[in-house]
Design a protein around this ligand. Sequence first.
Ligand code: NA7
Length: 533
Amino acid sequence: MSDTTLDALVIGAGVAGLYQLDQLREQGLTVRAYDTASGVGGTWYWNRYPGAKFDSEAYIYQYLFDEDLYKGWSWSSRFPGQAEIEQWLNYVADTLDLRRDISFDTTIVRAVFDEDTHRWTVTTDSGDTIDTQYLVTCAGMLSAPMSDLFPGQQDFAGQIVHTARWPSEGVDLAGKRVGVIGNGATGIQVIQTIADQVDALTVFIRTPQYALPMKNPSYGPDDVAAYKARFDELRENLPHTFTGFEYDFTDAWDDLTPEQRRARLEADYENGSLKLWLASFAEIFSDEQVSEEVSEFVRAKMRARLRDPELCDLLIPSDYGFGTHRVPLESGYLEIYHRDNVKAVAVKDNPITEIVPEGIVLADGTRHDLDVIIMATGFDAGTGALTRIDIRGRDDRSLAEEWGRDIRTMMGLMVHGYPNLLTTGAPLAPSAALCNMTTCLQQQTEWISDAIGYLQAHGKSVIEPTQEGQDAWVAHHDELADANLISKTTSWYVGSNVPDKPRRVLSYTGGVGTYRDETIEAAEAGYKGFAIS
Ligand code: NA7
């Protein structure tokens, strides 16, 4: 006998989970969300590290399903920080009165599908069970930290902390010798923020990054009024662009003269956002020559700011193309390495082998003595949030085992063999790799709500992708991915940051608007590729 019976259980109370809960409740379902955290926010609850902030413009990261909800919140700047973003999500939870249907401090550890009742039995970390018809995962694309990486970590005499588990009370960095492992989007934000607070900062760099300078003006009342006045336009346009951002690819490389290309690159660079990446030339993802020319444009910008050729070698990428890894935005990041208290240590050819009580040891035996180690080492993206739960579908099949062999989904929304398991932020859909997350998550949660509504309206209770439907989606996904230069790189985009993770481009590369059309077309064709019973 279960402790609770629901129509739908939502895992997660972040950007996706809050909206999913609201929608399903509005549809009359008995629904409850569960979250490990003690509050709402998901990514923006956990990532409290110094300098955490948006790389999407705040006004496009908001939900666009409710004009009053949108206009009732005002941002203080173009790219605000974590505390303000967490406040915004609390505002959303309060305005929509969501808290009464969320269980905090509760981790879902197991979910088993019963083939007789066609329902899921879900178990929490305290042993409570919940019986639910639909299991909807809003557990985050980038929420399973890669934190247990080095032998000896537990013996470190100082404090060791992963950026996504930064304690609310903070970490005392003043006067300390601090090491940062990782220089992705997160590492860069941390490094540029703490350099002047610490005694000595050592950054361990395995792969250099193409970073773009952020322009982050404060917003006054006129700026806020101006973006709010564009609500209808944003709601109309965002879901149809390639990446769910306001800007989009407009010019073909071959249609422009070299001077026009240069002018376009300069203008997009000066925008101080991700525009150079996500709206200059789509050919950076498909054409090696364009990729190299645009990469060289960015490298030259970086070189111009770094005095020292050795630093250039350490910090400027040379062996992969601009945009095929997540492009971080930075604010004075490169100049940080000119400070006397900051040093960069290359760990590609001389990797970190262990952590000892005193600090970090490299393969050549060099030891870097430290008081605090900050692991900005990323996430088991796309799959990790779900494979860390014991999810059992038909015939007791295990999602963790299946994805351990091959990562396959139907449109990132469902998995064959797991009826009524509906997923957001899962592999093979547009995701944080190439999408403004709120745009994608709104679309996915709405698709899920519509599917559940369709079942209810038609007196049905079970939906599952067919094997053929899923195979066709995977083939379509792979065809696009294989033609994309992302497929030639190593990063979380292809799962290569997780030992033994099957290699596949995790994010759908056909574009946010195209994906939206494809999922809606499938639904309008009576859920083509899915079996409903
Ligand atoms: P990322 O982008 O996965 O970056 C992780 C960083 O940690 C990256 O520089 C890694 O180097 C480095 N790393 C990981 N393991 C090691 C080891 N063993 N030794 C040295 N360096 C290591 O994570 P972020 O948190 O920055 O960003 C994730 C997403 O969150 C981001 O894309 C945004 O969408 C928000 P590597 O590049 O693998 O050589």
